[in-house]
Write a protein that binds this ligand. Structure first.
Ligand SMILES: NC(=O)c1ccc[n+]([C@@H]2O[C@H](COP(=O)([O-])OP(=O)(O)OC[C@H]3O[C@@H](n4cnc5c(N)ncnc54)[C@H](OP(=O)(O)O)[C@@H]3O)[C@@H](O)[C@H]2O)c1
Length: 292
């Protein structure tokens, strides 16, 4: 198997899990992190507890800045930390590497392409429940670990597949990104607005949830994705009552939220295409006031 040089910017729930799986498989993994986390990782590596992969520890390099060429850069910070984190990746060191962001949202791709014109920025998404209880300590809940990649990241796709991740390469970038947002945005906005898990949202605010699903699907279609609001609604109604969103968790804990890259991005895309999204707009505007 080909050994890749992989840098992971933001080794938290998503980045730490993938870094550990790739390092365990023999790839040369460097984690780019803030000083305390970088030192910890360099000394102690990553410790993952996963319902799917079991307990694993992995040796990685922990560094504060990209200091040499890599084949792939995985970008796995939250959107709120992206700007500051990118200072750790000088464009001249990155060169023509493949850059795969796995953040939720759609707008970061343009930012990365502008910042790294010589690199090949390939869209990606991940479906997983992972968190970072402490630096270098990763908890992965459940069996879900599914990455979708646009064409251009085939070597990463092969490495992730061999490392045990469910990987799909699909040709339609807009579909790849908006499929994720079609469920995520309604779920995140409604759970955050009501401060309730999904079951209570369905019970008390089901019409609003359906309306936002329908509106986001219309925006996704305008963006070129083949969205299916009925299927998204069925999916939303099939999930456990206790399901929460990271936006709601972040809001509850007083942390910065991904309201703008998720909800704000839907409004901006709607405005670009002249799509009417009154219910989504009122929720995003209310949350902008509440969350600052
Ligand atoms: N977690 C999930 O299950 C999941 C699922 C699907 C999609 N996503 C999306 O994936 C993205 C990442 O989420 P996450 O849950 O993995 O976040 P997370 O656990 O909070 O991890 C973010 C990582 O970014 C690091 N970071 C913050 N500021 C940094 C900086 N200036 N320089 C370098 N690193 C920095 C943090 O470092 P420290 O460790 O030092 O704090 C942390 O390790 C988000 O867009 C999220 O919506 C998450």
């Amino acid at each position: 198997m080909e050994t890749l040089r992989v840098a992971v910017l933001g080794p938290g729930g998503v980045g730490g899990l993938l870094a550990a799986l790739l390092a365990r498989d023999g790839h040369a993994v460097s984690c780019l992190a803030r000083p305390g986390t970088a030192q910890h990782l360099d000394r102690a590596g990553l410790a993952v507890r996963s319902d799917r992969y079991g307990e694993l520890t992995a040796t990685v390099r922990g560094v504060e800045r990209l200091d040499g060429p890599v084949d792939v850069l995985l970008v796995t910070t939250k959107a709120t930390a992206l700007d500051a984190a990118l200072d750790r990746v000088p464009a001249d060191v990155l060169g023509n590497a493949v850059v795969v962001p796995l953040l939720n949202g759609v707008e970061h791709l343009a930012l990365l392409r502008e910042r790294y014109p010589a690199a090949s920025v390939v869209a990606g998404t991940i479906r997983v429940f992972a968190s970072r209880p402490g630096p270098g300590v990763i908890r992965h809940e459940g069996q879900l670990a599914a990455v979708q990649l646009a064409p251009g990241a085939e070597r990463l796709a092969a490495a992730l597949d061999a490392a045990g991740v469910d990987v799909t390469v699909r040709p339609d970038e807009a579909g790849l990104l908006w499929d994720k947002l079609c469920f995520l945005a309604p779920m995140a906005l409604l759970t955050t607005r009501t401060r309730q898990p999904l079951g209570a949202v369905r019970e008390g605010h089901g019409e609003e949830l359906t309306a936002v699903i329908t509106e986001v699907a219309a925006v996704a279609r305008a963006e070129g994705a083949a969205s299916d609001p009925a299927a998204t609604r069925d999916f939303a109604w099939s999930l456990p009552d206790g399901m929460r969103s990271s936006m709601e968790r972040d809001a509850a804990e007083g942390n910065p939220t991904e309201l703008e890259p998720i909800g704000g991005a839907v409004l901006r895309a709607a405005d670009r295409h002249g799509v009417d999204v009154p219910v989504t707009r009122s929720i995003v505007e209310e949350l902008r006031k509440r969350l600052g």
